[in-house]
Design a protein around this ligand. Structure first.
Ligand code: ATP
Ligand code: MG
Length: 148
């Protein structure tokens, strides 16, 4: 995957598949700390401890007819390759929290791509889901709620 927005798309698709009603996407660009943080939080069905561990395995998926599930592991890899880190937490019946951190100045950081287009396409595809999008970079702050 070329762009971070495509990784984010996969993570949002995971949340939709987990029947989330609310999905929050937050992007924080901190030039002073040389950091880009992307978090995606959903209130879908979540995962228990055992499944959470397996979820990062590229050979684990609950999608029908598939043998590999790459979305999470590739997003984690993109963060690690850009001098950052990746965190996932989940609770069965409550939802899932994902945060990827990137070093802004790292030569291997992927471009963001068209994140607004990505989020807009998900809003159109899943109008029943409430998407909130929060972007901050110090100068430009942008907040959007698809159900307001
Ligand atoms: N937000 C989530 N809520 C509940 N379960 C999740 C969530 N994200 C991932 N999972 C579980 O982890 C598995 C692995 O996710 P991952 O995105 O890595 O692969 P995938 O979605 O199965 O396939 P791919 O992303 O390659 O199309 C999923 O099949 C699903 O069972
Ligand atoms: Mg996926």
């Amino acid at each position: 995957m070329l762009d971070l927005s495509l990784h984010i798309l996969d993570i949002i698709e995971n949340a939709v598949r987990a029947r989330a009603r609310n999905i929050n996407i937050a992007i924080l660009k901190e030039n002073s700390n040389d950091r880009l943080s992307i978090s995606i939080i959903d209130d879908g069905e979540g995962m228990d401890k055992e499944m959470l561990k397996k979820s990062m395995d590229p050979f684990f998926t609950t999608k029908d007819g598939k043998k590999i599930g790459l979305g999470l592991s590739l997003f984690a890899q993109a963060a690690q390759q850009a001098g950052g880190n990746f965190k996932i937490d989940s609770e069965k019946g409550r939802g899932t929290f994902i945060k990827a951190v990137f070093k802004l100045s790292h030569p291997d950081i992927k471009p963001m791509g068209d994140i607004l287009e990505t989020v807009a396409s998900m809003i159109t595809a899943y109008p029943a889901v409430r998407f909130t999008y929060d972007y901050r970079d110090g100068e430009n702050n942008y907040y959007f709620d698809s159900h307001e």
